[in-house]
Design a protein around this ligand. Structure first.
Ligand SMILES: Cc1ncc(COP(=O)(O)O)c(C=O)c1O
Length: 448
């Protein structure tokens, strides 16, 4: 029998089963993030292929939402989960003990960068991981303020959304949020807030924090931490230039301010290192890890330098955090990433994808910027490269057309296509996926 090729589309999406489900759902489910990227209804998935309820099979360039780093239903994860389900599903770590949390924490310490002794706290979601980080730095420093970045996405609970600044819709009608948060420009070099060019700018955006923010409206000696994504995700897959975090750390150290590194999207091997901050050569004080850690099960890990995680017992915990089944999945994920060399695969495949887009850029006027690291790549679409006017409609159309052709692809920022496939992706599937994007770009460039 000839080998099946992907994508495998048998009906124009959304098919009848997808449409029927959407109708049922509209009556009974909260609006979530509507409008959704496209009317796609998943039924099952394996590796890098996702099947919809009508039988179409798509290549996944999303990894769910940057979660399925080892691919969908990796056999090792499935087996670990099944075995754990038989053994122990719950015995709240808030008040009792079981070994799986400690086993996982020990494994995480092997992959988190830096020599300092660290401690871990386990929650259930990215936002919860961020909440824990915020509370830990406030406890430790007894300082009230936090500095964050424009374009940041850290989650939607009240604390996490307070440090978020990627869209005003996350804040509308929720004021007052957590007080004491200030936002400054992120090093988005393609659209520099200060209209400067790297490296001649000498990272003036950091001098601005010291010379303006800390002088005029944020007392640095009352600032507990600077929270950042090492590569902004939702904000547009923006990777800061070399040297940025070294200079930021120098500034933070000057005032005894801690650094919280939100690796929720960029961590767990995605960028071609275990954690994206390793590209920049600093050791933050706190790491937030979630998404890819447990292959779709609910888990977050907030890992801090041991001296920072000095809150008193009871200051923070949660019934389900560090659930044994999620811990078993996470241990299997870490072992799989190591044994299948997925960090290296992310780096290699990412370089190849970048090269393909650079070639495509020579033929296209609407590919503005190509950026990112490993398998966290952003392709910023513009109306034309000279004006750099964001091509939001164009990016949207490229995403929709790619989906219709069998590629699951989403956008971020104002007009950026995100490329974030599972780290197990093969060259063959990458080529299929990129060919689909290329066709969609050509169509959009001709028609819009
Ligand atoms: C960098 C980052 N931090 C935090 C979050 C929030 O995670 P969750 O949706 O699991 O609460 C996300 C989610 O997209 C994220 O990308």
């Amino acid at each position: 029998m000839p080998k099946k090729s992907y994508p495998h589309m048998i009906i124009e999406p959304p098919g009848p089963k997808a449409r029927a489900l959407i109708e049922r759902e509209d009556r009974i489910i909260s609006p979530y993030n509507r409008p959704f990227y496209y009317p796609f209804v998943a039924e099952s998935a394996k590796g890098c292929i996702v099947k919809d309820v009508d039988g179409n099979e798509y290549i996944d360039f999303n990894s769910g939402l940057a979660v399925m780093n080892v691919g969908h239903s990796h056999p090792r994860v499935v087996e670990a989960v099944k075995q754990q389900m038989e053994k122990l599903i719950h015995y709240s770590y808030t008040d009792f003990r079981y070994p799986y949390v400690v086993d996982l924490a020990e494994k995480i310490m092997e992959i988190v960068p830096g020599d300092s002794a660290k401690k871990a706290f386990f929650g259930n979601s990215g936002a919860e991981g961020v909440e824990a980080a915020i509370k830990a730095v406030k406890w430790h420093t007894t300082r009230p303020y936090l500095l964050s970045f424009i374009g940041a996405f850290h989650g939607r609970t009240t604390g996490a959304v307070s440090v978020t600044a990627s869209s005003q819709k996350y804040k509308r009608r929720f004021f007052p949020l957590m007080p004491g948060v200030r936002h400054v420009p992120y090093p988005y070099c393609y659209r520099c807030t200060f209209n400067l060019k790297y490296p001649d700018c000498d990272l003036a955006c950091i001098d601005y924090i010291d010379d303006v923010v800390f002088k005029k409206y944020l007392p640095p000696d009352e600032t507990a931490a600077i929270i950042f994504e090492p590569i902004q995700g939702e904000g547009g897959y923006i990777a800061p230039p070399e040297g940025y975090f070294v200079k930021l750390k120098k500034l933070a150290d000057k005032y005894g301010i801690l650094l919280i590194d939100d690796e929720i999207q960029a961590g767990m091997g995605r960028t071609g290192k275990w954690f994206a901050i390793e590209h920049y050569g600093i050791e933050p004080d706190v790491f937030c890890i979630a998404k890819g850690i447990a292959s779709g099960l609910s888990l977050s890990a907030t890992v801090a330098k041991a001296e920072v995680m000095d809150w008193e017992p009871g200051a923070h915990c949660t019934t389900f955090g560090g659930n044994p089944v999620a811990c078993a999945a996470a241990i299997a994920v870490i072992d799989t990433i190591k044994e299948e060399n997925l960090v290296e695969n992310a780096e290699n495949q990412g370089s190849y994808i970048t090269k393909r887009f650079k070639e495509m850029q020579e033929e296209s006027k609407i590919i503005g910027d190509i950026r990112g690291k490993g398998l966290m790549l952003g392709i910023e679409i513009v109306k034309d490269r000279d004006s750099k006017e964001p091509g939001a409609k164009e990016a949207n159309e490229i995403k929709n057309r790619s989906w219709m052709k069998g590629l699951l692809l989403i956008t971020c920022g104002e007009s950026t296509i995100r490329i974030a496939p599972p780290l197990v992706i093969t060259r063959e599937l990458i080529d299929e996926g990129i060919n689909i994007i290329q066709k969609s770009i050509i169509e959009v460039e001709k028609e819009l």
